[in-house]
Design a protein around this ligand. Structure first.
Ligand SMILES: *Cc1c(COP(=O)(O)O)cnc(C)c1O
Length: 400
């Protein structure tokens, strides 16, 4: 029996094509043929969750008071841990009752907030390139998405001159993210101040994704949007435990900021889910309270890989800009070559998997993103394979 009478909802049809699909297929084929893939495509941090967090989870799972439905709005204890953490790190004061909401991973919240605040046809400003949930959430909600091009010459920081007056006036919501995935860019405090002034002037809800706040190097301290006076009136900020604490599989994130906006998201979620398993909220508290040396070790790990890979890529002609934060290198494709062609070439000739920039929107054309999720010996192996296949920045075999 075919289901050709059953059409998916139009909102599914509004999603841009999934760039990873062809790459996934080729990856599966290569694996089946026994190719030793070096997968630097995903933003999935390798390595275990810190032992104290795992131990806290094990003991909390044994406690039967955690076995029922968790409270919709997250446990009071986790919410207080979140607001204490914000105060400690950014000097930002938040009310744990109304200005913090735990999420089943920040991606869920980034998508659901679009459903809570965007009606079909509402104008939403989204940078390109950007993390896919920043445009796929609004697309599902039926938004009229107007992209803001991020440019290398601006160090991938939004230039307000690139937003037309018409778009600024029409916009209801703007998503942004610094330290940035995929470009690795960071933005100065003055940029955040400009953004808050822009949002007040045009009455725009700001949605900032602070996912990489802890993965910063050499003393660089990222800015929280909420540090900026007046920001809380018009914004929310998302954060996650996935990257910093190697907890991607646990699905724990949170959003903080404007209480009315958080209330809207909470109302929507009350109708969709029950939030995070209470035992995992207890473990997440342990993560946020880990001593600073833990963070320093994580930062050191990514810093070493960043420097190592940048130097190695230099030996095959890539002049890599070292990011001040994040776990990514954003590297230009050889001249004249498109992002997916280059990613496919790398996969087929070397078994090295990178993400074509176009997975992050059309603004990612001409670049690929390399995740620093492998140890240095594997990163070395990856570059050795490029050298053997004679894939250099200035000279690339012409056929795929
Ligand atoms: C990885 C990532 C997330 C997703 O985090 P989860 O909490 O695991 O859903 C959100 N935003 C950006 C920019 C990311 O890179």
């Amino acid at each position: 029996m075919t289901l050709d009478w059953l059409k998916p909802a139009r909102r599914l049809g509004s999603l841009p094509p999934y760039v990873f699909a062809r790459l996934d297929e080729l990856k599966a084929n290569a694996r089946a043929e026994g190719v030793d893939l070096i997968d630097l495509g995903m933003g999935n941090p390798g390595g275990p969750t810190p032992a104290p967090v795992v131990e806290a989870a094990i003991s909390a799972i044994g406690d039967e008071s955690n076995h029922g439905y968790p409270p919709f709005e997250g446990t009071a204890s986790f919410r207080t841990t979140i607001t204490n953490w914000y105060h400690r790190r950014y000097g930002v004061t938040l009310d744990p009752e109304s200005e913090a909401l735990p999420l089943m991973g920040s991606k869920e919240g980034l998508g659901h907030i679009a459903m809570a605040y965007i009606d079909p046809g509402d104008v939403v400003l989204v940078p390109t390139p950007s993390y896919p949930a920043h445009f796929r959430g609004p697309a599902i909600a039926g938004a009229d998405i107007r992209t803001i091009p991020l440019k290398a010459k601006n160090n991938w920081i939004i230039d307000f001159n690139d937003i037309s007056a018409a778009d600024a006036n029409a916009a209801k919501v703007l998503y942004f993210n610094y330290p940035n995935n995929p470009t690795g860019a960071v933005a100065p405090r003055s940029f955040f101040e400009e953004m808050v002034a822009f949002a007040h002037r045009h009455q725009i809800l700001l949605i900032h994704d602070l996912c990489y706040a802890e993965l910063a190097f050499e003393g660089y301290q990222p800015t929280s949007l909420l540090e900026i006076p007046g920001a809380k009136d018009i914004s929310v900020e998302f954060h996650t435990l996935s990257k910093t604490y190697n907890m991607a599989g646990w699905r724990v994130g949170f959003v903080v900021g404007n209480r009315h906006v958080i209330q809207g998201l909470r109302t929507l979620k009350t109708n969709l889910d029950y939030g995070i398993f209470s035992a995992l909220q207890t473990a997440a508290e342990t993560a946020l309270n880990l001593p600073d040396h833990y963070l320093e070790e994580v930062q050191q790990r990514y810093l070493e890989r960043r420097d190592f890979l940048a130097k190695e890529l230099g030996t095959v002609g890539w002049n890599v800009v070292k990011p001040k934060a994040t776990m990514y290198l954003w590297i230009p494709c050889p001249p004249g070559m498109g992002a997916s062609d280059f990613a496919l070439l790398l996969l087929q000739k070397t078994g090295v998997v990178v993400t074509p920039g176009t997975a992050f929107g059309e603004g990612g054309e001409g670049y690929v993103r390399i995740s620093l999720i492998a140890k240095c010996d594997r990163l070395k192996e990856a570059v050795d394979r490029l050298r053997q296949a004679n894939i250099r920045y200035s000279r690339v075999p012409t056929s795929v």
